[in-house]
Design a protein around this ligand. Structure first.
Ligand code: MN
Ligand code: MN
Length: 296
């Protein structure tokens, strides 16, 4: 990779990292999800990057793909365990990072530590040419040794410019696959640990969408929403909240666009056994000798 390109990945990673700390630091009893999401997203823009995807706030048995609706009043409660997963990009170079915090209690410290340690153990061994199932095996063993399970149907992922999930997937268990980590990959590694059965299932539709097909026979409000999406966020996931200024109360139009096949809506992912879930994530740059943490 060219040096000035790598610099953009580093800068985006550094901003994402600060946004993660800002957001997770705000999580206390009584604070709304919306305050955290809006603060994190505004911070990313203030720092000179763009928001790569809506701030994900996943609580307790929800593992991923939850972002608050416009005006949502849900507040953090004593005893919640909260995953804050944020993304910043500069010219499409994305930093994707997450951590887990507990609201007022320490009941799930070990569960939270399990995904953190699994990520640290993975980072220690990642280098160009390592087998992906070896990484998964290390994640799985680290969690099992602490009494937890990895979530097997969530994976890490290579990232390319303007593409959050590109190329290889990094398993969170030994999937016996035969793929290897190419040197030079930008990759997000994200172990999820759970007290449940170790799988997520799709629940309701979230407020997170992505453009899939920019045309179709559409109603005027749908066309207006789609035009906004195409202008402002044609590549990466976005939230209904981001359309509020240009098109207030766009939920109906967005749902219509999902039915018309123009937008994809991400389902909220919940642990299938109702287990509590922790997650930790860093974006890495893989070299021949090891890897560099871009979201440190
Ligand atoms: Mn993430
Ligand atoms: Mn990710």
């Amino acid at each position: 990779m060219k040096d000035d390109d790598l610099q953009k990945w580093k800068d985006a990673g550094s901003i994402a990292s600060k946004a993660r700390e800002l957001g997770s630091g705000m999580v206390t009893e009584g604070v709304t999800y919306l305050e955290v999401a809006e603060t994190v997203e505004a911070f990313i823009v203030e720092q000179g990057a763009e928001v790569a995807f809506p701030a994900n706030i996943a609580v307790n048995d929800v593992a991923a793909h939850y972002t608050p609706r416009p005006g949502e009043k849900t507040r953090f409660r004593y005893g919640d365990i909260v995953k804050i997963d944020v993304g910043a990009h500069i010219d499409g170079c994305i930093g994707d990072t997450a951590k887990t915090v507990e609201v007022g209690t320490t009941t799930y410290s070990q569960l939270i530590l399990a995904s953190k340690r699994a990520l640290e153990s993975a980072i220690e061994v990642i280098r160009g040419g390592i087998s992906l199932s070896t990484i998964g095996s290390i994640v799985e063993r680290t969690m099992n040794s602490m009494g937890f399970r990895p979530i097997v149907n969530l994976t890490g992922h290579a990232i390319e410019r303007y593409e959050l999930h590109a190329g290889i997937s990094v398993p969170n268990y030994d999937d016996r696959g035969r793929e290897f980590m190419p040197e030079g990959t930008i990759v997000a590694v994200e172990p999820f640990a759970t007290t449940g059965i170790g799988e997520v299932k799709s629940w309701k539709r979230s407020n997170i969408y992505r453009m899939v097909r920019p045309k179709g026979k559409l109603k005027p409000d749908q066309q207006q929403a789609l035009d906004l999406v195409q202008t402002d966020m044609p590549h990466l996931p976005f939230s209904e909240r981001w359309l509020e200024k240009g098109l207030p109360r766009s939920e109906k139009a967005l749902k219509g666009l999902v039915r018309a096949g123009s937008l994809y809506s991400y389902p909220i992912l919940k642990e299938a056994g109702g287990g509590m879930v922790s997650q930790w994530e860093h974006t890495l740059y893989v070299t021949d000798k090891g890897c560099k943490i871009l979201t440190y």
